[in-house]
Design a protein. Structure first.
Length: 712
């Protein structure tokens, strides 16, 4: 029997690898001696931008890619082939279409397979075939597909998927083997968890990076990645220069409030730009360059309405104004500059192409007329450059050597270079990296602004918002934020993160230092008398954190009058021994209930000789005497969105969760009255909380629950 070697390597998704790995595994499972050796190679095999590699070798011949490897295996091992080879071939040809992590592109394929499986147990015929194994592997290796299956709307596909999992138990083992190999390779990387050895050219001549936010909103977690990466390469890797440049080219949306908040948030993240500039500093030069482009025949004036222009660009059709003379275009530019009624209807477009395959090159707009006052230049200007025009020019003028930006700009990279070439300006090296996307999270500044303006949230610092201020208000620490983002590195792989990952990182920072306190929820609060307790209430000094004495001490009150939570009390049994956390054991001697079964009172007997290791129930409690209990409000939040990821067709109103805020009134120990806004603590058995509003007489302390990455 011919011996085969299958070599696999991946960045991110396993969707391209698993179909071949599982078919190879099924072939080995059917033979006494494995005939295919599966090698898990390091990602160094991959060129930048590639997500996976599949190489099948027999003798001196090799084939690359999912489809070709499957075809080769089917040719040599036809035992799993279906009798309906045509239908099987059609589905095998579709395997690679399930590799994408773009839900918009993936969803039609999932729907098609779901419909196909309506009255079928197998993809082809009446028994397991290569098509089943390949498609199951493609779905199993694609986290976006797995998430879609969990939502339960693809009934037929989900049924088939689970059936295959039970039918082929070896498949799960193969998946675990692939994951383990990937983890082993990952463990050999640096402590930062990602490779920063990216191909920045000409670094020997110095490195200047820039972070160019538009002051039209508050920084969110996506901006944080861009800022931290630019800071890392400028200051930590190359000892270079970081510029903070405000792209203030749209006065209708920009405010000094946003500008100031960005400076403050960057400082909080430990990012210290060497220089702060504004695109508006260069409005005179940019205007002169626009004039030059018109004179050179590289730009023209256009008054085509917005909808028609978009349609013409989509269809590759020229504007009727494309052949205006430079003199005519300059006259219209002057009207625009004056903000006249005539000028308001015109714009300036770069004259690149009308039908290039890259639609970003289809004569983009480079100047618009806008009479709104600018927050820095007031009414001096009535025309403003677009980001696509201003960014490459100012990068070049300011000496930027390396423009690090997210991959959604990739189609516009040729446009960026065209602007520099047309004006004979110094070139700038571009490096693309993937933006961070999170499930059920809006990162569109326009949509976030809409939620603020409509009062859906409290403001830009709402703890449900992905802004830096929002997640900090929820309890995220800056060291955890920096660690999580820098671990992702400058990868080009698009990833949809679960928030549990970043909150788990945050827990590492707060758990060792958060003081421990006690809170009892008011709803159904149970008063208990404790016999055997001292007749006179007293207090003791106890550590705020049993594993970290440096956190300090707190007062704990002890007495024969306690309050406990209804949820605990209703589980007690007559004469059961329980543990009062932080004190000792007690025996339940009497339980009073009402007609509904609600516990209305307890009598407990202190039993300090008891062994807490032998009790089933360890409960929190508070002394009702010897201290002033502090009223508190415990607030938890849900995601604003009810979908993991949105498509362009989704209306924002349709995907908003109707209820995302949950409040409980409680009482806490006396020490809570001393806490200050922003303090992070742990309420025993409840979780970690950040104090959003400190206690004041007549006003309870308000605490926001901090997620920890654990599923409730």
């Amino acid at each position: 029997m011919t011996q085969f070697e299958l070599t696999v390597a991946t960045r991110g998704s396993h969707a391209a690898l698993l179909p071949v790995v599982l078919i190879a595994t099924s072939i080995n499972e059917a033979r006494p001696t494995p005939v295919i050796k599966i090698n898990h190679e390091d990602t160094a095999l991959l060129h930048e931008g590639e997500k996976a590699i599949v190489q099948l070798t027999t003798g001196s011949n090799s084939v690359f890619g999912t489809s070709k490897a499957i075809q080769e295996l089917c040719a040599h091992f036809p035992f799993l082939s279906s009798k309906d080879t045509k239908l099987e071939g059609e589905w095998l040809a579709q395997v690679e279409s399930f590799n994408t992590l773009d839900f918009k592109a993936l969803d039609p394929q999932l729907q098609r397979l779901d419909t196909h499986l309506l009255l079928r147990s197998f993809v082809v015929g009446y028994s397991l075939s290569t098509a089943d194994i390949a498609l199951w592997g493609a779905l199993r290796g694609n986290r976006v597909a797995v998430a879609a299956l969990k939502r339960g709307s693809l009934v037929n596909l989900t049924r088939w998927y689970r059936f295959l999992e039970e039918l082929c138990p070896w498949a799960s083992s193969a998946v675990e083997s692939l994951n383990a190999a990937a983890k082993e390779k990952k463990a050999t990387k640096s402590k930062e968890g990602a490779s920063y050895d990216i191909a920045l050219r000409n670094t020997e001549n110095g490195v200047v990076t820039r972070f160019p936010p538009e002051p039209s909103g508050y920084l969110h977690i996506g901006h944080a990645k861009a800022a931290l990466l630019n800071d890392y390469f400028a200051h930590e890797k190359y000892n270079g220069t970081l510029l903070l440049r405000f792209d203030d080219t749209n006065p209708s949306n920009e405010k000094e409030e946003f500008q100031d908040s960005i400076v403050e948030d960057l400082a909080l993240m430990g990012i210290k730009p060497n220089k702060m500039t504004y695109t508006s500093d260069y409005f005179d030069e940019l205007y002169d360059y626009c004039v030059q482009m018109i004179k050179d025949g590289n730009a023209y004036a256009d008054d085509t309405d917005k909808e028609t222009m978009a349609a013409q660009r989509m269809d590759g059709l020229p504007s009727k104004r494309r052949d205006l003379t430079p003199e005519q275009c300059l006259a219209h530019l002057e009207e625009m500059k004056n903000g006249s009624p005539e000028g308001l209807g015109w714009c300036i477009r770069a004259k690149i192409s009308v039908d290039d395959k890259n639609k970003a090159l289809r004569d983009p707009v480079i100047y618009r007329c806008n009479p709104a006052p600018h927050h820095r230049t007031d009414t001096k200007w009535k025309i403003y450059p677009t980001y696509d025009f201003a960014c490459p020019l100012v990068d070049s003028m300011e000496g930027v050597t390396h423009a690090l930006r997210t991959i959604e700009y990739r189609d516009r990279n040729p446009q960026y270079q065209w602007m520099l070439d047309a004006l004979k300006l110094r070139t700038v090296q571009i490096w693309d990296f993937a933006r961070m996307n999170f499930i059920r999270t809006l990162l569109s500044k326009r949509k976030l602004t809409k939620l603020v303006d409509q009062g859906v949230v409290w403001g830009w610092d709402d703890p449900r918002f992905p802004t830096i201020r929002g997640i900090r208000r929820r309890g995220m620490t800056i060291p955890a934020l920096r660690e999580f983002i820098l671990k992702q590195g400058p990868s080009k792989a698009v990833t949809l993160f679960d928030w549990s990952l970043i909150w788990a990182t945050n827990r590492k920072y707060i758990d060792p230092v958060a003081p421990r306190h006690t809170a009892i929820v008011n709803k159904g609060i149970v008063k208990a008398t404790l016999t055997g307790a001292p007749a006179t209430p007293y207090t003791e000094e106890k550590p705020k954190h049993n594993k970290n004495s440096a956190v300090g001490m707190k007062k704990v009150a002890f007495s024969g009058s306690l309050v406990l939570e209804q949820e605990d009390a209703k589980l007690f049994k007559q004469d059961e021994e329980i543990t009062l956390m932080g004190w000792g054991n007690a025996i339940v001697r009497k339980i009073a209930t009402d007609a509904s079964g609600t516990v209305t009172g307890l009598e407990l007997e202190l039993h300090l000789e008891g062994d807490f290791k032998k009790t089933e129930k360890k409960v929190t409690w508070l002394s009702n005497e010897g201290q002033d209990l502090v009223p508190v409000e415990l607030v938890d939040f849900d995601y604003l969105l009810n979908k993991d990821s949105l498509s362009e067709e989704d209306a924002l109103e349709d995907v908003l969760n109707p209820k995302t805020e949950f409040r409980e009134n409680a009482v806490a120990d006396c020490n809570v009255a001393e806490l200050k806004d922003g303090d992070i603590i742990q309420f025993e058995r409840k979780g970690f909380y950040r104090l959003d509003r400190a206690y004041a007489p007549g006003a309870p302390a308000i605490f926001f629950n901090i997620p920890t990455g654990k599923t409730k």
